[in-house]
Design a protein around this ligand. Structure first.
Ligand SMILES: *Cc1c(COP(=O)(O)O)cnc(C)c1O
Length: 418
């Protein structure tokens, strides 16, 4: 059974102040995981291992702030995320800017903040130099193409839009050096929601080999490798979390057999995971609003796809628990829906659940990453509030729910007869 850090009585108390639907995040569990994650790689030399949290997964400054306290840096993918960093007072090499199809103004912001810029394409070496100047430290994103199999969410690397080809990397680093860069990083990201630990070891080996070859062919010394994000989480009760110790041992063996003999030690190792850092520690709490019995049976929630898009967008599985019925047998089969005028607004299809009634609290698991942040306003739907469950068991509102006024505020009413 999947863990939930609250029960029905607790949520009955919470809804006195904060009506459903809302996402709620468990601070204690997020902190404990962050410590465990960093500790698993404590052998990494030169300042050690560090995860740069992928801000897009849960861009709430209250969450970012506690991750910062746990020693994480931040991986930003857009101008807005960089502005969020600025507002939080995060600067410099605590930020990696990994973007694609990037505009000059975004690079300018990244450079102004002193962020590590991670280029997505060979043409961006000159583009960056022309528009904002080549920084001292530059990182490049490798797309291993046929060397590596991708997975469902991110696709096959050969068909993915990201990164440089292998040969382009040699040209890219040489050119960046010509333009004045003196410090270099190497990045790749080829998986998303991957649960196989060996996958991350293979990725590290591919990058380590490249670090050696870049040194041999260009005399360039890579300072850090960024293994990207993509560590998966057990969305399904029968799945198992990635064993960090196993990944760490595998990467260490690759480091010892590849980096050390080449005399390229110390090399820093970083990642930019989002999902695994907060995903399992968030829940979307909804209520059953209607039940419906036609050709199939439906539970209509007070939440919808604007609050959690993953099931509707790519059929992702999110586990569900009805509070107070944790021990009741799942004898019923339902499609669990939201209210959007889109038939894919379903949190689950043919899900086995205990008999549900109107008013039941239905909790959707693992919404702490790529949950609230993927929300949108189609059909005039408003995004939900976000709550933080503090270690002292109090609940803090960390983002209010959107209102209709929020959704309508960009409309220019002038000149309309109203
Ligand atoms: C989305 C993304 C991440 C984070 O992915 P997770 O699955 O949340 O770990 C990291 N890096 C890049 C470049 C991304 O696009």
């Amino acid at each position: 059974m999947k863990h939930i850090p609250f029960d029905k009585a607790f949520i009955e108390g919470v809804v006195q102040d904060h009506p459903t639907p809302f996402h709620i995040y468990d601070e204690k569990a997020i902190r404990e995981h962050a410590r465990r994650f960093h500790a698993a790689f404590d052998w990494v030399p030169a300042g050690g291992f560090r995860n740069f949290y992928a801000v897009k997964a849960l861009p709430n400054p209250h969450i970012l702030s506690l991750l910062r306290e746990e020693g994480m840096g931040f991986d930003c993918s857009s101008y807005t995320e960089l502005v969020l960093m600025e507002k939080l007072g995060v600067r410099g090499e605590d930020i990696i800017f990994t973007s694609n199809d990037t505009a000059a103004y975004e690079y300018a912001k990244a450079k102004e903040l002193g962020a590590i810029i991670n280029l997505d394409d060979l043409t961006h070496v000159d583009y960056l130099d022309r528009h904002v100047g080549m920084p001292d430290l530059i990182c490049m994103r490798y797309n291993p193409g046929p060397l590596k199999e991708g997975n469902v969410i991110i696709g096959n690397p050969e068909e993915a839009k990201y990164g440089f080809t292998r040969e382009q990397l040699f040209e890219g680093y040489a050119r960046a050096r010509e333009l004045g860069a003196t410090r270099f990083g190497l990045h790749t990201m080829v998986a998303s929601n991957e649960l196989n630990p060996d996958y991350f070891v293979e990725t590290a080996q591919i990058l380590f080999d490249l670090v050696v070859e870049l040194h041999q062919r260009l005399g360039i010394r890579i300072e850090f490798v960024n293994l990207g994000g993509g560590i998966g989480i057990p969305y399904r009760p029968e799945q198992v979390a990635v064993d960090y110790d196993r990944v760490s041992r595998g990467i260490r063996a690759a480091y010892d057999s590849t980096i050390r003999p080449a005399g390229l030690d110390p090399l820093r190792i970083v990642t930019e995971n989002g999902r695994v850092v907060t995903g399992p520690y968030g829940w979307l709490v909804t209520r059953v609003q209607h039940t419906k019995d036609i050709y199939k049976r439906y539970l209509g929630l007070d939440g919808n796809m604007a609050h959690l898009m993953r099931p509707g967008m790519y059929g992702a599985y999110h586990h569900m628990t009805i509070l107070g019925k944790e021990e009741v047998a799942p004898t019923e089969t339902y499609d669990v829906t939201g209210s959007l005028c889109e038939n894919n607004d379903k949190f689950a299809i043919d899900r086995q659940l205990p008999p549900a009634e109107i008013g039941d609290f239905l909790v959707i698991h693992d919404t702490g990453a790529h949950g609230h942040s993927m929300g949108f306003n189609y059909n005039g739907k408003t995004r939900s509030a976000e709550l933080l469950l503090r270690p002292d068991r109090t609940v803090k509102l960390i983002r209010r729910a959107e209102t209709v006024e929020d959704v309508l505020q960009t409309i220019l009413w002038d000149g309309l007869d109203t």
